[in-house]
Design a protein around this ligand. Structure first.
Ligand code: SAM
Length: 377
């Protein structure tokens, strides 16, 4: 992928851009195999999965900067000034098409961009998410509710200018800190989540929930996890850190109980909605809001197979101890951080990593997802 921002030195987010994409994947494969060598001895590595090297990001998180009527959307440069990245080649084509229109709407409305040095202004970030259908969700991250009435009154114009937009929300982030979003979410549209069909599963994404960032590679990741589930034919599957239910819902099958736990209540509501749309018996698809470390108090069990997909920090030590002693005979661990994955696998002494696969979720960076299936040792 060629990138003018990279060539001009104004954006260095894609640290591996100068390396051909297949070579990036080969280097990541070698690196992750080395990190996991002692925690997963003898593991069989499947072919790495990669998708397109451009247009793959289903979410654009952009800093708003500049002045009223001339807002830039991008990142903050080292000097604290905005670097406009509306033409970033990583964005899904639906986002690329939307951004010039969205900028025009923001300028037209007269939103005041937040200035970090003076701590003045209102609009901090704009987050645009694209579904595989091309439908959009737009989230305005604001310092306060000062612009709420204005945005409500201009919503019809925004929807007219961007007719594939299904969800618009305001997130209120009052802290003068580099935090992407605050706790309060105000949804302006009737529809409060974006329909994100992935393979055969109609997922739903609320503005404040996590979603795998690369739709094509996420589709392959869920399909791989499903293949491991089908192979071990469990009666009960637990999906810990389930988000909007991607792993659990892909694991569903006749007579099988699938159950997920996740800290974000909105994501759990979305998972339940997807389960209902799939026609799953509510007794066979159960989702609970809560801490993954308390899954054994929250989910129907015991599990035969457990999927874990924690944040970068990995599993809590208590959960590692519980997994080590639990009755399940298959464990699928999907991780975006091979260092914490290696640490947790080393602690899971009763498990043996059998197969692993690299998913190149974040081309042009060192980051990647890796999924491992474990049997009892
Ligand atoms: C890497 S994401 C995985 C989401 C999901 N498995 C998917 O495929 O979209 C990690 C998820 O863990 C959730 N999370 C963070 N801490 C948690 C905790 N202590 N207990 C349960 N879920 C938690 C986050 O909200 C996030 O949805």
């Amino acid at each position: 992928m060629r990138c003018d921002y990279h060539d001009r030195g104004v954006c260095r987010s894609c640290t591996l851009l100068a390396i051909p994409h297949p070579d990036q994947v080969a280097a990541k494969q070698a690196a992750v195999a080395a990190v996991l060598a002692s925690a997963a001895p003898g593991v069989r590595w499947l072919e790495p999965v990669s998708g397109p090297d451009h247009g793959f990001r289903n979410k654009a998180k952009l800093v708003a900067e500049g002045s009223v009527g001339e807002v830039s959307l991008g990142i903050l440069g080292p000097d604290g000034r905005g670097v406009d990245l509306r033409e970033c080649g990583l964005h899904d084509p639906a986002i690329a098409t939307a951004l010039p229109r969205l900028s025009a709407v923001i300028d037209d409305i007269g939103l005041i961009p937040y200035a970090v040095p003076t701590r003045r202004g209102e609009l901090k970030h704009v987050v645009v998410t694209a579904a595989p259908t091309g439908e959009l969700m737009i989230r305005f991250v604001l310092r306060s509710t000062h612009h709420e009435a204005l945005l409500r009154s201009r919503l019809p114009r925004l929807l007219e200018a961007m007719p594939t937009t299904r969800v618009v929300s305001l997130n209120i982030q009052p802290k003068p800190a580099a935090i992407l979003a605050g706790e309060r979410e105000i949804v302006l549209t009737q529809q409060d989540s974006l329909r994100m069909p992935i393979g055969p599963v109609p997922l739903h994404l609320p503005p404040d929930a996590f979603f795998q960032t690369n739709t094509a590679v996420a589709t392959a990741l869920y399909a791989q996890a499903r293949a491991w589930v089908v192979e071990s034919a469990p009666r009960t599957v637990w999906d810990l850190y389930c988000g909007v239910g991607g792993f659990a819902l892909h694991a569903a099958g006749p007579g099988r109980v699938v159950a997920g736990v996740e800290i974000a209540a909105g994501a759990i509501a979305a998972a339940r909605r997807s389960a209902a749309e799939l026609g799953l018996d509510p007794g066979l698809a159960r989702f609970a809001a809560g801490d993954a470390s308390a899954a054994y108090d929250l989910l129907p069990g015991p599990p035969d197979l457990v999927v874990v997909n924690p944040p970068r920090r990995g599993l809590d030590p208590g959960l590692v101890a519980w997994l080590d002693a639990c009755p399940a005979d298959t464990l699928v661990y999907s991780s975006c951080n091979p260092v914490t994955l290696a640490r947790d696998l080393a602690g899971l002494a009763t498990w043996r990593a059998r197969e692993a696969r690299l998913f190149d979720m974040f081309p042009h960076t060192d980051h990647h997802e890796v999924a491992v299936v474990c049997d009892r040792s």
